[in-house]
Every structure is written in C-alpha cells, then in structure tokens.
Design a binder for this molecule. Structure first.
Ligand SMILES: N[C@@H](CCC(=O)N[C@@H](CS)C(=O)NCC(=O)O)C(=O)O
Length: 356
C-alpha cells in the first residue's frame, strides 16, 4: 500500500516533460535499442563478412564427422554445418571445420573461434547455466551404452562388476559411468583417454575389457576394431544423451538461425519435401510447404537470410531423413535404425515447431 501511495505521489509530484525533451529521450532510447540489437546480431554479420562458417566438429567420429584422404568432411554433424552454410550462402563449401576433442570444445565456442559447435554434444543444464552456452535443438536422441568382448559372456551391464572401462575424458560419458557403477554398488577401474582414438586403442589392445560411449558412437567404434564380430553392444542404455548444436548465449538472431535450419530439415521430412523434389515444392500450393520453401511469407528475411534459406539447405543437403539415412542410417556403414529419432507421427519423438 505504502509503495502504491509513494508511486501515486511521485507521479503527481513530477513535472511534465517538455515535448522537445520527451522527443530527445525517445530518440535516444530508440538508438540504444538499435545499438543493443546490432550488438546482439554479430555472428551472422561476421560469418557473412569472412565468407564462411566456422563450425566445431569432433576430431573424427565416423558417421558424425570424419575427414577423408582428400580432406573432405562428411557426416551427420557436418551436414548441419553444411545446411547452415547453404541457408546463408547457398553454398555448402563455405564452411571451415574445427576438429575439437571433448575437453576443448566449449572453450573454442566461448572464445569465438567457432560460430557453432556441431559435435555429438549432450544438452545438459550445467553446459548452459555455467558455461553461458545454449543448445539450439536436439538433433539426435542418444543414450550411453557399453561394448564388450563376446567371449566375456555378459548379457547386461549389471554383470560388469570389477571391470576395467575405457572412457573419454571431458564427457558426460565418464560422469554417467561413475553414477551407474555407484548406484548399482559395483566396482570398476577407469582407463581414460582424451580422445576417442586412444579409448579405442586401449580397448582393442586389451588394456580394458569394456568401452563406454554414446550408443551412436559405439556403432562407429565397432567398425574400427580389429575384429568387429568379436564384440557386442550390451542392450542397456544408462543415460539420456540429447545431442545437438550449441551456440553462445549472446546472439538471439544466430541462435534462431541454427535452431530453425534444423527445424526446417525436420519439417521438410514431415511434409515430404526432399532434395530431389525441391523444384516441385517451390511450385506447391500447400501453405505449409510454401512457408517452408519461401514462396509465402518472409521468414528467412526476418532472420537476416534470403527468402530461400530453407529451400537452399534442402536442395544442397536434404531433409532430416535424407541426412540421417546417408550418414548413420541402416543403409550406411553405421547402420543405426531411426528408433526414437523417427518423426513424432511415425513413432519417434522428433517434433519441430511449425513455420508460420
Ligand atoms: N555426448 C557426450 C560424449 C561426446 C564425446 O566426446 N564422445 C567421444 C567418444 S564417442 C567422442 O565423440 N570423441 C571424438 C573426439 O574426441 O573427437 C558429451 O557431450 O559429453
């Protein structure tokens, strides 16, 4: 009550501003708003000025981000970088890839060396509230698992008491490992490596009898072992690993671009728009397709991109399903079934908000 009285008294007591002063104050506040939003819209401008996107990827995780002998990068995480570059430049080659191990990835993003981190990175609370970063989306729903030698005759992770486990440091993997063994009152010995290569070598050479990683990564690991058939992935999934692209918290425009490029690829799959039929889609009468491909509305322009931001990404990279199948799906060398990464209306949990 007292505050209310004070407020009223204050308003009665204050002198009215002269029109010129009021206008000046208004103009100054508008300038401040403009300056603040310009300050927040630095990443897209920097990317356009330098003519390429700086994308942080893993050092080499087959199916997600791997470099061939000619230095060309490919994979599920790489394709998100390519799609963002296509949305900005209509050119997927305008990306510089920064291979980062688990321990260095967040510092590279925080320091501005990269514009986006697209590197099988799990969305956790501390990575947002402590590191000042923000996950733009989940583009792969994963969970942690174990690979063991068939000869060990283990059916479940609950049989792993007393094992030696190879694990990579700087990951949620090592934290979940500790939680799981503690919660189940089992003992284990850690053999840690700063990179995946080290963990695989350690396991393959028998320094440890179990390797733990994200389930998707275990598919890649098995391919790299000297005798893949002698190993099995246990059925247990001991954690939630929602993987997705990460940006800094200070630029909403950039956050929206990364997020909506991913959502555009998912919406395209739902609407049946592919890299093959994009030209027909550009003539479509379906309002959802028209908004997606840019023949209706100005969604791209609102983010500082061109009208055909999503159409260009779809033409050059493909929709979510095309990317998945090409890089990690059952038809690829990894052979990971869609599972929960299927669209929400086909039995999965992939759900993109509408473009409208
Ligand atoms: N998703 C987990 C694990 C990510 C991770 O770094 N996994 C390792 C083992 S599969 C990896 O990708 N290593 C490749 C590299 O360090 O470049 C996280 O975000 O902490």
């Amino acid at each position: 009550m007292r505050q209310l009285r004070d407020l009223r008294a204050g308003s009665r007591g204050s002198r009215r501003l002269r029109p010129a002063t009021a206008f000046l104050m208004f103009a100054l506040s508008m300038l401040a708003v403009q300056a603040a939003s310009a300050a927040n819209e630095q990443v897209l401008k920097a990317v356009k000025d330098r003519g390429r996107l700086n994308c942080g990827v893993s050092e080499g995780l087959y199916g997600f981000s791997a470099r061939d002998n000619n230095g060309n990068w490919s994979g599920f995480d790489v394709d998100l970088c390519r799609a963002i570059a296509a949305a900005i430049f209509n050119d997927t080659s305008k990306v510089a890839y920064f291979p980062l191990d688990a321990g260095r990835r967040f510092e590279a993003l925080k320091s501005g060396s990269i514009d986006v981190l697209s590197r099988n990175t799990t969305w956790t609370m501390s990575r947002e509230v402590e590191l000042g970063l923000v996950f733009a989306a989940t583009n792969f729903y994963d969970g942690q698992g174990f690979i063991v030698r068939r000869a060990m005759k283990k059916d479940t992770a609950l049989d792993l008491d007393g094992v030696k486990v190879c694990v990579q440091t700087g990951t949620t993997t090592e934290l979940n490992l500790a939680d799981y063994f503690r919660a189940n009152k089992m003992k284990y010995e850690v053999v840690s490596s700063t990179n995946l290569e080290g963990a695989i070598k350690g396991y393959d050479s028998g320094q440890c009898n179990v390797l733990t990683a994200d389930g998707s990564a275990l598919f890649a690991v098995r391919l790299l072992l000297s005798k893949p058939d002698e190993h099995i992935i246990l059925p247990d999934v001991i954690s939630k690993e929602p993987l997705g692209p990460v940006v800094r918290q200070d630029d909403m425009q950039w956050f929206n671009i990364v997020k909506w490029v991913h959502f555009a690829l998912v919406n395209a799959e739902e609407l049946g728009v592919t890299s093959k039929n994009i030209d027909e889609a550009l003539k479509s009468e379906n309002p959802d397709i028209r908004r997606l491909v840019g023949t209706e509305g100005n969604y791209g322009e609102r983010m500082g991109l061109g009208k055909y931001w999503a159409a260009n990404a779809l033409r050059l990279v493909g929709n979510y399903g095309e990317v998945y199948e090409r890089t990690v799906g059952v038809g690829s060398a990894l052979g990971i079934p869609r599972g929960i990464n299927q669209l929400w209306n086909r039995g999965g949990i992939l759900y993109a908000p509408p473009i409208r």
